[in-house]
Design a protein around this ligand. Structure first.
Ligand SMILES: C[S@@+](CC[C@H](N)C(=O)[O-])C[C@H]1O[C@@H](n2cnc3c(N)ncnc32)[C@H](O)[C@@H]1O
Length: 465
């Protein structure tokens, strides 16, 4: 794009914000946008050698503020590679990687990503949580929440629940519940101009005001959900002060127990990236000082709930079914996934789908009732009349060696693209039943083998054409 395309009111706004730096800032619009990818720690453990191979193949160079983040050039397409489908990395704008680095999530914590689709921050958070603790990943728009759920599944995340709720619906159910909150707020998108000319067309000073008003509303709900002692990262991909520093000043002036710990700006004329604002805030108080906790007791972490008991320990309708479903799944897994240890969680049934709800004692099925929940934790299986059909999400959360039957293909093998197109593969005639298809040590999905053919079970919506 050219800087001539920028709205005059935007240029004036940036002049008053940047002074003598304005020229350099505006010149950055004459340069190509940056591209980045971030490796998924959840997958690297299974195939550490692939990181170096990908770095070489795509001539990646490191992003200074994110140890798993790398730049790639505009002529390479890592998003089209089977390793992307296998969840080895997530394509993410480099400066956006700064937000979760500042939030610094830890394994075992209870974390909310309040405006999460398509999942850049959530998949970054889950990579740092290493499967321990609970991530509630929320997106208000149902269609976007579906994409979020798919990305979370692709990355092999086991400890995330995806909800699709307005922030106030969520805060009624989760008061003072989270150790950390990521609020990557909907904003006027001034940092998107190089990437998306639609963002330039939509920008007006009124849009900035509208976004600031909405951010203020969302911040109230985020505040209500943060535990005392908890931390929150607020980020935007826009440059004006109203949605950034001014918003943080207004917020901390309104809530005397909120303190700004750090504020960071990434500028497209100073760093290689499209630009981002991130603030880290802390709520004063003791972490145990009242409110709700979503932590499981140590014994709850180890095993699913007892048969015939509901999430709160009282007899509950329907849970009997979830428990029998889990039992049936476990019998299937004993045969088919001999080295697979079921992660901590409570079984939950949505129609014929069996999920494992993470979060232990205090994240209960009841809390989710009435909410849209595109993904109630790890999707284990579809329950057909007399049989178990393993879910795609389960495949993506496995190490291939956990599957009794598997085929491992090399990335350049034409069978990989055939599998990803949904085609039937020819396999050894001795293979029978559920087979995990993998690429270079990373799972891609299920197939069902019989008579030397592998019937493709990649979900239709994920097939590549
Ligand atoms: C900047 S994007 C989030 C990007 C995401 N965190 C990521 O890293 O991939 C902001 C999100 O907020 C959502 N949103 C819009 N209006 C909202 C509202 N009133 N409350 C909460 N979220 C909203 C948008 O649908 C959008 O997905």
């Amino acid at each position: 794009m050219s800087k001539q395309e920028l709205p005059a009111a935007f240029v004036r706004q940036m002049e008053s914000l940047l002074g003598s730096d304005t020229e350099a800032f505006l010149d950055s619009y004459e340069r190509p946008r940056t591209h980045g990818l971030r490796f998924n720690g959840l997958k690297l453990a299974d195939a550490p050698q692939l990181k170096e191979a990908v770095i070489r193949e795509f001539s990646l160079t490191p992003v200074p503020w994110c140890s798993t983040g790398y730049y790639y050039g505009e002529n390479v397409r890592p998003g089209k590679h089977p390793y992307h489908t296998a969840g080895l990395y997530y394509i993410q704008e480099p400066s956006a990687m700064s937000a979760v680095e500042l939030l610094d999530p830890q394994p075992g914590e209870t974390i909310l990503d309040l405006a999460a689709a398509p999942g850049g921050k959530s998949t970054h958070i889950s990579s740092k949580m290493k499967g321990e603790g609970l991530l509630v990943s929320n997106e208000i728009h149902p269609e976007r929440a579906k994409i979020l759920a798919e990305n979370i599944e692709r990355m092999g995340v086991t400890n995330a629940v995806v909800t699709s709720a307005a922030p106030d619906e969520l805060s009624r159910r989760f008061p003072q519940a989270f150790d950390r909150i990521m609020l990557d707020a909907p904003c006027s998108g001034e940092g998107m101009f190089r990437k998306d000319s639609g963002a330039i067309a939509e920008w007006t000073p009124q849009l900035v005001e509208l976004c600031a008003a909405r951010q203020w509303d969302i911040l109230q709900e985020a505040y209500a959900m943060l535990k005392p002692g908890g931390t929150m990262a607020y980020s935007t991909c826009t440059f004006n002060r109203s949605e950034n520093e001014d918003m943080m000043e207004r917020f901390t002036a309104h809530y005397a127990d909120m303190e700004i710990i750090a504020m960071k700006r990434l500028w497209p004329h100073r760093e290689a990236g499209e630009g981002h604002f991130v603030a880290l805030l802390q709520k004063r108080g003791e972490p145990s000082g009242g409110g709700q906790t979503l932590e499981a007791s140590p014994s709850e972490r180890q095993r699913p709930r007892r048969k015939g008991r509901s999430g709160n320990g009282k007899p509950g309708a329907g849970l009997q079914d979830a428990q029998s479903a889990l039992k049936a799944f476990q019998a299937w897994a004993d045969e088919e996934l001999p080295d697979f240890a079921l992660p901590a969680g409570t079984p939950i049934l949505f129609g014929e789908s069996l999920y494992l709800l993470p979060g232990g004692e205090l994240l209960q099925e009841q809390q989710l009732q009435g909410l849209k929940v595109p993904r109630a934790g790890l999707h284990l299986a579809h329950l057909k009349k007399n049989r178990i059909e393993p879910a795609h999400a389960l495949a993506m959360a496995l190490s291939p060696q956990q599957a009794a039957k598997r085929i491992t293909l090399a990335a350049e093998d034409p069978q990989v693209s055939a599998y990803l197109r949904g085609e039937t593969l020819q396999v050894d005639a001795s293979l029978k039943g559920w087979v995990l298809a993998a690429v270079d040590g990373l799972p891609l999905g299920w197939g069902k083998a019989s008579g030397g053919q592998l019937k493709n079970h990649l979900p239709k919506g994920l097939r590549q054409h």
